[in-house]
Design a protein around this ligand. Structure first.
Ligand code: NAP
Ligand code: MG
Length: 482
């Protein structure tokens, strides 16, 4: 921290008025859950925010029945342009309530307000606008004339981008004529419940979207439900595997968006200052709780020392603290459980001989915090080079030739994303061609656009979200299910 410090600039919480408790959202209304209610907290302070209902198997069954009824009687009978009108309305309401949603997201997730305000919520609106435009153009989705929705989609999402992952799931499902039962992550249900209020404001027909809160068991009930036609999941590879087993041999279609261990490759001809910004954004954005985070920095050996030096200088300027402060760069880790996992893996990194460094920074007493951390001298066999840490931790490795960079980048069970930093276009294209990753960014990182498909290779999952490709996860050709 420098001697010229910033004055606090907290975003006001006054815009957000939470109810003391929230029910499940089933058939257009908030209803009680059968399971025990639980308190959802702010990970930055551990302060309780509100009470959340837990859906048991019977509640999930009610939600699926509501989705089925809405599918049969209303949603599958509407024209595409009428579905589109609802989606446009939802997009506009998200924009109208953007500041409130950003404050709620930051409170419940721990991410800096400048990220929820400038990235998460604008992208949520963008996703609904984008798929609203597709609703009456499905004949051009690449599946032949008059493609058909699948029916009831069960959707399970993680805690790192709570409302944005909801948008990635719900917008294409509704545009293509499906109805939805969505389970948010246990630690971040808040914005999904505010979104349910938006659906009421938008007069979305009851049952088209249902939201069931609760722990992993609620997700399991949704996966196993016999009347669900499709499961879309984003989260850990371990749970993704379990879901693949549970749906194997059933008629359920499945898309999985799982973890990653992306390589961010810096060549010696890269614009180094820009690359440093991209590396910082790649791994410290959202506290590193990003499936496509650039968690492995591969830097060409002859510029390694320079890059590491400049990176350290840059990290000393990052501000960690109150996520609601508009100047905060690094917020809170989302949960005690995730903090424990980050601590365990970073301890393993030291034990395996890598050199650990963090800028001087004071961690708040309450809440869950982890200082931005880099490891140099990392071996490819080390756990911190292989396992997803899902925290603000960068593992730095070196390479000498493009071939070595490619081999190291691909030496992972994952394949979600990668980054390349180089001034030379031909090299960028040649390397990108060899990387087994669903998304390759060049001279930038962590950029998202609803028109661009996103998804993985290998253990990062299958299926694509975003773009025209994202529609095919919710549609079948007119002749029937492929
Ligand atoms: P997770 O357990 O896979 O959670 C993802 C979602 O699945 C949550 O809604 C979760 O509910 C639910 N769930 C858990 N067990 C389930 C089951 N057996 N059947 C159906 N749904 C189930 O992920 P996590 O525990 O939050 O994080 C663990 C690790 O996963 C992280 O350290 C990170 O490496 C990785 N991760 C990846 C992503 C990504 O975007 N690819 C996102 C988050 C985490 P609960 O919230 O109630 O557990
Ligand atoms: Mg979990």
């Amino acid at each position: 921290m420098s001697f010229l410090d910033y004055a606090p600039a907290p975003e006001s919480r006054a815009i957000l008025s939470l109810r003391p408790s929230y029910g499940l959202f089933v058939d257009g209304e908030f209803v009680d859950g059968n399971g025990p209610a639980f308190t959802t907290i702010s990970p930055a302070t551990e302060e309780g925010l509100t009470e959340i209902a837990t859906a048991d198997d019977a509640d999930v069954d009610r939600a699926v029945a509501a989705a089925r009824k809405a599918y049969d009687r209303v949603w599958s009978k509407l024209s595409g342009s009428d579905r589109g009108k609802y989606l446009f309305r939802i997009a506009r309401l998200v924009q109208e309530r953007a500041r409130e949603l950003a404050v709620a997201e930051t409170l419940n997730n721990g991410k800096p307000i400048k990220e929820s305000r400038d990235v998460d919520i604008p992208l949520v609106a963008a996703w609904f606008f984008y798929y609203a435009g597709w609703a009456d153009k499905l004949d051009h989705a690449g599946l032949g004339p008059d493609p058909r929705p699948l029916g009831v989609a069960g959707q399970i999402i993680p805690w790192n981008f709570p409302l944005l992952m909801l948008a990635w799931k719900i917008a294409p499902a509704l545009a293509s004529g499906n109805t939805v039962v969505l389970k948010p992550a246990e630690t971040t249900p808040l914005t999904a419940l505010l979104f349910a209020e938006i659906l009421q404001q938008a007069d979305l027909p009851p049952g088209v979207v249902n939201i069931v809160t609760g722990p992993g068991a609620t997700g399991q009930a949704l996966v196993r439900h016999p009347d669900v036609d499709k499961i879309a999941f984003t989260g850990s590879t371990a749970v993704g595997r379990e879901i693949a087993r549970a749906t194997a041999g059933t008629r359920k279609r499945l898309t999985l968006e799982l973890g990653g261990k992306a390589a961010n490759i810096v060549f010696d001809d890269a614009p180094i200052d820009q690359a440093i910004e991209g590396v910082v954004n790649g791994i410290f954005y959202n506290q590193g709780h990003v499936c496509c985070a650039g968690s492995r920095l591969l830097v060409q050996e002859n510029v390694h020392d320079d890059v590491v030096e400049r990176l350290k200088q840059r990290l000393t300027t990052l501000r960690l603290g109150d996520p609601l402060d508009k100047n905060t760069d690094i917020g809170a880790v989302n949960s005690a459980e995730q903090l424990e996992r980050i601590r365990e893996l970073t301890a393993a990194g030291e034990e395996e001989g890598a050199t650990r460094w963090s800028p001087p920074c004071v961690l708040p007493d309450a809440g869950f915090w982890f200082a931005p951390t880099i490891f140099t001298g990392v071996q490819t066999s080390s756990r911190i080079a292989r396992e997803e840490i899902f925290g603000p931790v960068l593992s730095i490795l070196t390479f000498r030739t493009p071939q070595e960079a490619i081999a190291k980048a691909n030496n992972t069970p994952y394949g979600l994303s990668a980054g390349i930093w180089s001034d030379k276009g031909s090299r960028v294209l040649a390397v990108a061609d060899e990387l087994r990753a669903g998304v390759v960014w060049t001279n930038t990182f962590n950029r998202f656009d609803p028109a661009s498909p996103f998804g993985g290779y290998k253990e990062s999952g299958y299926g694509r979200e975003g773009g025209k490709q994202g529609l095919s996860a919710y549609l079948a050709p007119a002749g029937g299910i492929r």
